[in-house]
Design a protein around this ligand. Structure first.
Ligand SMILES: [Zn+2]
Length: 287
């Protein structure tokens, strides 16, 4: 409620924390009788001291925080009415038609955590670029993730067929398919689904894995990488693919043998580089 003394605003309080302070002030004064009635955000204040301003004996204040000095001016009928419609229109009329929201706003946070548990195969085919033993793989993405399936599949194929990749070291040629009989499933999933698909391995909501014919890439890592890659998410994604597919090709883990040299691709780089430098390519250092 609002109380005032000789036309000055003493304070504004409708419930909340500011109430006690304002009330204490008004009791000290005791200059006027103040009747206040508050009903769900609407305050009615009667001011006998301003009885000479007959039209202002009572006012209804919605929100109860208007300046007291300006409120009467608006209510006085003798004042020439101001064209209040113009400024209102100025603020409510949009400069251009409101866009229809058919897609997520540009600055919306991408979803990597909310799990639907449903996988969808990315349709399409990328022919093997090598002539040696063909290994087919299928890309599957958990529905609801904020990723472009075609772009993910393209990035994976680019990594697998890169001259610095496994094809240079193994008699293997990667070919992407969308059929059920693929040799390998490369799955991009939320941390929750990653943990399920990786059992009995423990991925702890943070890391990725390879189990049987499944390479499961944690979408949280795919989206954000790791700090030691200094924002080079594209390079980290290549590491992720090469590391997990490396397991499928029979490679185990290795460690950083010499600091300040490229980390082996089969090192668990996501858990730390131990002084080595980020490296995604098995031809640079596989194990
Ligand atoms: Zn591993």
């Amino acid at each position: 409620m609002t109380t005032r003394r000789s036309g000055q605003q003493a304070g504004v309080a409708v419930g909340g924390r500011g109430g006690r302070h304002s009330r204490r002030k008004s009791y000290k004064g005791q200059w006027f009788a103040v009747t206040a009635l508050a009903v769900v955000g609407t305050v009615v204040v009667a001011h006998p001291d301003v009885a000479h301003r007959a039209s202002l004996a009572a006012e209804v204040v919605a929100g109860a925080n208007e300046s007291v000095s300006t409120a009467p001016v608006v209510e006085t009928p003798s004042v020439t009415p101001k064209p209040v419609v113009t400024p209102t229109q100025k603020f409510t009329t949009p400069l251009r038609p409101a866009p229809t929201l058919t897609r997520q706003p540009k600055n919306a946070k991408p979803n990597v955590l909310v799990s639907t548990g449903k996988l969808a195969v990315v349709p399409g085919f990328n022919k093997a670029s090598g002539v040696r033993d063909k290994l087919t793989y299928r890309v599957e993405i958990e529905q609801g993730l904020s990723v472009n399936g075609a772009a993910v599949a393209a990035a994976i194929h680019k990594t697998l067929t890169d001259p610095r990749g496994w094809q240079a070291l193994h008699p293997v040629s990667f070919e992407r398919t969308d059929t059920v009989n693929a040799d390998l499933r490369i799955i991009l999933a939320t941390p929750a689904l990653t943990d399920k698909l990786c059992l009995p391995l423990d991925t702890g909501g943070e890391v990725s894995c390879r189990v049987e014919d499944r390479v499961v890439l944690n979408a949280k890592r795919w989206m954000y990488g790791i700090p030691s890659y200094n924002g080079n998410v594209e390079l980290y994604r290549s590491y992720l693919v090469n590391h997990e597919v490396g397991h499928a090709l029979g490679h185990g883990h290795s460690t950083c043998a010499k600091p300040k040299t490229p980390a082996p691709v089969m090192m668990q780089q996501t858990k730390g580089l131990a002084g080595c430098l980020p490296n995604a390519w098995p031809t640079i250092k596989a194990t």
